[in-house]
Design a protein around this ligand. Structure first.
Ligand SMILES: Cc1cc2nc3c(=O)[nH]c(=O)nc-3n(C[C@H](O)[C@H](O)[C@H](O)COP(=O)(O)OP(=O)(O)OC[C@H]3O[C@@H](n4cnc5c(N)ncnc54)[C@H](O)[C@@H]3O)c2cc1C
Length: 406
């Protein structure tokens, strides 16, 4: 095998796993990263518990990627959740399955795993060139990078992988700055939009001032035909949290089509409407409605405030009507919160622009992987799994392409 020079731009999970594969195959690999250190988002992801992947059956797993499941299937089959777990185990970050089926490293954090990974890459002679912002191509086709000093560096590899991430949390390095660079080359893109993020709500002053930062626990949210159970968090400008993130794709689409979306929140999913109405029928004389809702329906003050905001008028006194409003509080969501606050990004390079090995059809020799592709998924380990799997698939595509160039 003749050794080839490979440039990987972006030191997130997609770029790093591709670097590992290609260096292990004997190629000379350099990773270019704009930040001073690699994998900032991966490290942040580990702060709340690094959810690497999910243990559910493959068919259910694949459906989490919705329309993009079809596109990602071969990459996910070639590097499935068990392969990711084995890989992490091999780096000393043994994984376990949590009660929800989500998979985490025992240490919960990303830092021990990343440390071992970078040491492995170093052992494979992968060069990590940080502080280099990719700015496109020179007139004669070399990759161009801007250093902090303002100096421009050019590189002429045999093949390139772009693994530049989405546009959420831009201060960690991925800011979607690559979009105009590829659009200028004719690469079609679906606009970058927030995924797994919150939505704005026109709260009453009382809700904003008294309840911002408070969680709505053990709720079920319905939007169109979809439901999600979990928690939501009241924000001064809207609502966010796990149960909202899980529905962020259908909610965002409804907003795009109709200018807003109405969700229904079940504040007591553990009780039927009849059980709730029976409890609410026993109201002590002179008891305020708030006290009654707190004691008989077990609602927290934040849930009662949400109920009032959702109703827009006075709440009904009658137990059956009151129970119905607790089981389906209607909340109008106006717009997605900014992408900078979202966990991930929807949109990106569309499927038709890529061949089966994740090479850009318009730019032979340039491959793409990770969150910069046009797929989205809920939280639950699906984001990292697809970033890793497409990184592995792009590395395989690069090897095949290099072999064909010989
Ligand atoms: C708060 C938070 C928590 C998360 N938790 C989880 C979780 O528990 N489980 C899960 O599955 N997913 C989680 N995610 C999502 C997951 O981290 C991402 O999907 C994943 O990191 C994407 O990998 P990537 O390699 O495609 O891109 P990134 O990790 O974004 O890496 C891209 C890299 O490219 C670099 N770059 C960008 N532009 C340039 C340029 N022009 N020149 C040079 N370098 C550039 C960036 O600096 C960055 O280092 C979380 C995300 C956030 C924000």
């Amino acid at each position: 095998m003749s050794v080839k020079n490979i440039a990987i731009i972006g030191a997130g999970p997609a770029g790093l796993i591709a670097a590992e594969r290609l260096a292990a195959a004997g190629h000379r690999v350099a990773i270019y990263e704009r930040m001073a250190s690699p994998a900032r988002k991966f490290l942040l992801a580990g702060r709340g518990g690094l959810n690497l992947t999910h243990s559910e059956g493959f068919d259910v797993f694949l459906r989490r990627y919705r329309e993009a499941g079809d596109w990602l299937e071969s990459a996910l089959r070639a590097f499935p959740p068990q392969a990711l777990r084995d890989w992490a185990d091999g780096l000393g970050a043994e994984t376990f399955i949590g009660s929800s089926g989500r998979v985490f490293p025992r240490a919960m954090k990303a830092s021990p795993l990343l440390r071992a990974w970078l040491a492995r890459l170093d052992g494979l002679a992968v060069r990590l060139a940080s502080g280099r912002l990719w700015t496109g191509w020179s007139a004669d086709g070399a990759l161009t990078f801007r250093l902090a000093s303002g100096e421009i560096e050019t590189v002429r590899p045999d093949t390139t992988l772009l693994a530049l991430g989405g546009a959420s949390w831009p201060r960690l390095g991925s800011d979607g700055g690559w979009v105009p660079l590829l659009t200028a080359r004719g690469v079609a893109m679906s606009p970058l939009r927030p995924a797994n993020g919150g939505f704005t709500v026109a709260w009453s002053p009382q809700m904003k001032e008294r309840f911002a930062g408070q969680p709505l626990k053990r709720i079920v949210i319905r939007s169109g035909g979809a439901t999600a159970a979990g928690e939501a968090m009241i924000d001064a400008g809207g609502i966010e949290g796990g149960a909202i993130y899980a529905l962020s794709a259908p909610i965002r689409k409804a907003i795009e089509q109709e200018g807003g979306a109405t969700i229904q929140i079940d504040l007591r999913p553990d009780l039927t409407e009849e059980e709730l109405a029976a409890r609410l029928a026993k109201r002590r004389k002179g008891e305020t409605l708030s006290n009654h809702l707190r004691k008989a329906a077990g609602l927290a003050p934040v849930a009662i405030a949400l109920l009032r905001d959702a109703a827009g008028t006075a709440l009904p006194d009658e137990p059956v009507a009151l129970a119905a409003s607790i089981k389906a509080a209607k909340l109008r969501l106006e717009a997605p919160m900014p992408i900078a606050r979202a966990i991930s990004t929807a949109g990106g390079i569309v499927r038709d622009e890529c061949d089966a090995g994740f090479m850009l059809k318009r730019l032979p020799g340039v491959f793409v992987a990770g969150e910069m592709l046009d797929w989205e998924a809920p939280t639950g380990g699906y984001l990292l799994q697809a970033s890793f799997a497409t990184g592995v698939a792009a590395a395989a595509g690069m090897e095949t392409w290099l072999a064909g160039q010989r």
